[in-house]
Write a protein that binds this ligand. Structure first.
Ligand code: SAH
Length: 330
């Protein structure tokens, strides 16, 4: 029997023709009844994938202290928005809030705001963070107009992408269509997109370029808030500087799986194009400063993760210690 979401998508394709990968990804992740994030808590060992904050408390602590330092450096603006995009279970938020209780004035000045699309994960966040009384948002553009200190960990890689394949000196879009009652990827007719014009210079025929339509507008919103009121945004994700190649992947039960056979059952992600985020931020708010990309390990090392790991290790014994050492290496 065809699964309900597959049937919905097949019906839509029969009525309206092949759909973009972004439309496919949007339904597979966030369809209100069958989407991956709508129906389950995907994080942790029992789920399909694990993220850094689920592995060790040190991650959230150091991110929290980095944001608190930025807040101090900017003269402790009060009140300010302490925001997270896609907080998952709220694990890091809890670590972050605990670590920053030692920073005088920080918790009192902070108004906690979470951008989260999944009602199910909102409930998990509410359970974990009830004392901090967070406000929830469907989109970043409703974040308050005030100083913004923000983190987004593995959020942008969950946003839907489109894929374009170069053919000669033009492009065709990779689309999801149907064949023999199954979903199948194929190539559409000649396609254009403003972001592709500059890519003729650094691609070859056959190359795939990914474009994430939702990412730029979000980066623009954050940049405008920060340029107008002050603040800082920390964007942590899988990705690189300028998209090249097919990075769309499906993961289920901690293992790669087929992209199309079980929409809504697997997590779908694609690498984040940090150049595109930077371009959108600069176009929206030329005054905003954007730092260079840095590997996560190097970043955490500079924030002092080794000293923190040693301090925690002194209090651990037995089985907890090897797990802690492994988490630090990760
Ligand atoms: N940051 C967390 C969870 C990462 S999973 C961690 O590191 O553990 C991705 C998160 O982004 C989930 O909370 C998911 O529900 C949310 N999300 C995905 N797409 C979204 C969208 N378009 N708008 C808002 N939240 C989204």
């Amino acid at each position: 029997m065809t699964a309900p979401l597959t049937q919905i998508l097949l019906d839509r394709i029969a009525a309206a023709g092949p759909m973009t990968l972004a439309d496919y990804m949007a339904d597979a992740l966030l369809h209100p009844s069958y989407g991956y994030y709508s129906t389950r808590d995907p994080l942790g060992a029992a789920g399909d994938f694990t993220t850094a904050p689920e592995i060790s408390q040190m991650f959230g602590e150091l991110i929290g202290l980095a944001l608190a330092q930025a807040w101090i450096d900017q003269g402790r603006p009060t009140p300010f928005t302490l925001a997270e995009l896609g907080p998952g279970r709220g694990t890091r938020r809890a670590d972050l809030l605990r670590a920053t209780t030692g920073v005088p004035g920080f918790a009192e000045a902070a108004e906690l705001h979470l951008v989260e699309a999944s009602p199910r994960l909102r409930r998990a966040q509410a359970d974990r963070l009830s004392r901090a009384a967070p406000g929830w948002h469907d989109h970043a553009d409703s974040l308050p107009d005030q100083p913004l200190f923000l983190v987004a960990n593995e959020f942008f890689d969950a946003l839907p992408i489109r894929q374009f394949q170069r053919e000669g000196s033009g492009w065709r879009e990779r689309l999801v269509g149907a064949e023999s009652g199954m979903l199948k990827i194929g190539l559409g007719g000649p396609a254009t997109h403003p972001d592709l014009t500059a890519r003729i210079a650094d691609t070859r025929p056959g190359d795939i370029v990914e474009i994430c339509p939702a990412a730029g507008p979000i980066a623009a919103v954050l940049a405008r808030r920060i340029a107008a009121h002050g603040g800082a945004g920390l964007i942590i994700d899988y990705g690189g500087w300028r998209s090249l190649g097919d990075t769309l992947q499906a993961v289920r039960d901690h293992a790669p799986t087929d992209l199309l056979t079980q929409p809504g059952q697997a997590d779908l992600t694609a690498h984040v194009d940090f150049e595109a985020l930077t371009r959108a931020a600069k176009a929206a708010a030329p005054a905003v400063q954007v730092s260079q990309m840095i590997p996560q390990g190097v970043f955490l090392e500079r924030l002092g993760i080794t000293a923190r790991a040693r301090a925690l290790a002194e209090r651990l014994t037995g089985d907890a210690l090897p797990g802690h050492v492994a988490a630090h290496r990760l």
